[in-house]
Design a protein around this ligand. Structure first.
Ligand code: TYD
Length: 220
């Protein structure tokens, strides 16, 4: 990908908060890195973060959430742990970077709580209210959901993670992951800020290009 494709994109995204999200196996972590690399090459200085985690407290909470030891837990407790990690991430990293005029690219955010804890039985309106409180009302300028068919997402997880154990969320069944995908697809209708759905099939470069196109076309 050369600079000519989107010469002004890094300037356009300065001070903007962009989230890539989607079901397990949609390839968003790869795309966050690919997009950050592109912005760096074209003059930007993005901050990339991963939710949950990326702070000392957040990493400790992440271990609780994704390890096996505390896999039996109440869904409201689970939601609050994701929100606690996010509250710290917002205050320690995201807000300061945005204030300094940097682009923030986040691998997951409140959209994941809507999809996963929503699939776990919580009301999405309540999740959004809780997120308002936890983040001090910090919402992304744009959320891009990478959409992948649930069966295909599962297959990708198995391939990528054949050497490592699946985490607590990935171990849930296909039915749960179908619900997660359904909520992600409905997100544009109830999320407080803009959400665009991007098909995630094809090569890493093809999906990267689609994301660049979305970012070039969007009006903030
Ligand atoms: P992670 O290893 O970051 O997954 P991935 O590489 O797929 O992004 O693990 C995060 C898991 O936690 C993932 O299965 C989604 C889930 N999750 C929630 O259930 N709620 C949330 O609010 C967030 C941010 C993630």
């Amino acid at each position: 990908m050369t600079n000519e494709f989107a010469p002004n994109l890094s300037a356009k995204l300065a001070g903007k908060f962009i989230v890539l999200d989607g079901p397990d196996g949609c390839g968003k972590s790869t795309q966050v890195h690919r997009l950050a690399e592109y912005l760096r090459k074209t003059g930007g200085g993005p901050l990339t973060v991963r939710d949950p985690g990326d702070t000392d407290i957040g990493n400790a909470i992440r271990e609780i959430l994704l390890g096996e030891k505390y896999a039996r837990r109440d869904i409201r407790c689970e939601l609050m742990l994701f929100m606690a990690s996010r509250a710290q991430l917002v205050s320690e990293k995201i807000r300061p970077a945005l204030s300094a005029g940097r682009t923030v690219l986040s691998d997951r955010y409140v959209s994941s709580s809507c999809a996963y804890q929503g699939a776990g039985g919580l009301d999405v309106a309540e999740i959004i209210q809780t997120a308002d409180m936890a983040t001090g009302n910090l919402w992304p300028d744009l959320t891009v959901v990478l959409d992948v068919d649930s069966e295909q997402g599962f297959e990708r997880i198995q391939t990528y993670r054949s050497q490592v154990a699946l985490d607590a969320m990935e171990q849930k069944g296909l039915e749960f992951h179908r619900k997660v995908r359904d909520i992600f697809l409905k997100l544009p209708s109830f999320y407080p800020r803009p959400v665009l759905i991007c098909p995630a099939e094809g090569t890493v470069e093809q999906v990267h290009r689609r994301i660049l196109e979305i970012l070039c076309d969007v009006h903030f």
